[in-house]
Design a protein around this ligand. Structure first.
Ligand SMILES: Cc1cc2nc3c(=O)[nH]c(=O)nc-3n(C[C@H](O)[C@H](O)[C@H](O)COP(=O)(O)OP(=O)(O)OC[C@H]3O[C@@H](n4cnc5c(N)ncnc54)[C@H](O)[C@@H]3O)c2cc1C
Length: 154
């Protein structure tokens, strides 16, 4: 931000009055999507993918659905976001693997990207993969720890 202010706003005349720290809630907790007439957006509305922390894509898709509903139905109340239930299961399995140190996180993600096309990995991380994609992804990960975690989450 300091670089941005210097380069784009061309000034060093500013004061830092508050500093924020970012924390990504990597959890399979089901965040409430609405409270009466209030619709929760973004991370607060459960738009963060539990196993990767990815949120931007989900926010875009959720917002597009709200707008679409407003245009078509005259209200922004859409069904709970999150995609097919199998993605929540995959997330829970990966969270179990990471939390219990069954496989180090850097190895999981290195294997994912080394053994798969990036497009396939990104479709998976965006909850937009086909079953074929998912079989390839699953077979590229160390089978025993993931199997153990899957049985725990079943
Ligand atoms: C280090 C880091 C890297 C990340 N990288 C990526 C990435 O590459 N891709 C991706 O998709 N996501 C990433 N994320 C996740 C990222 O947090 C979200 O994508 C995005 O910031 C979520 O936006 P948001 O508006 O939902 O929440 P936030 O950006 O957290 O904004 C919420 C705001 O509300 C304020 N607030 C909270 N409570 C109150 C209150 N009661 N009253 C008033 N204000 C309040 C907070 O102070 C904050 O400013 C990253 C997160 C971190 C921490």
């Amino acid at each position: 931000m300091k670089n941005y202010i210097r380069q784009h706003l061309g000034t060093n005349e500013y004061a830092i009055t508050e500093i924020e720290n970012g924390i990504i809630p990597m959890t399979n907790y089901r965040f409430p999507a609405v409270d009466g007439r209030i619709i929760f957006l973004g991370t607060a509305g459960g738009q963060t993918k539990a196993s990767s922390g990815y949120t931007f894509q989900y926010i875009q898709k959720h917002s597009a659905r709200l707008v679409n509903s407003l245009i078509k139905k005259g209200n922004p109340f859409v069904s709970r976001p999150g995609g097919p239930a199998r993605y929540r299961f995959y997330d829970s399995v990966l969270l179990h693997v990471l939390k219990n140190g069954l496989v180090p996180g850097d190895k999981v993600f290195t294997d994912l990207f080394k053994k798969n096309k990036p497009q396939r990995v990104l479709r998976f991380l965006d909850n937009e993969s086909s079953l074929g994609d998912e079989l390839k992804i699953i077979s590229s990960l160390p089978s025993w720890p993931f199997l153990k975690a899957a049985f725990r989450q079943w």
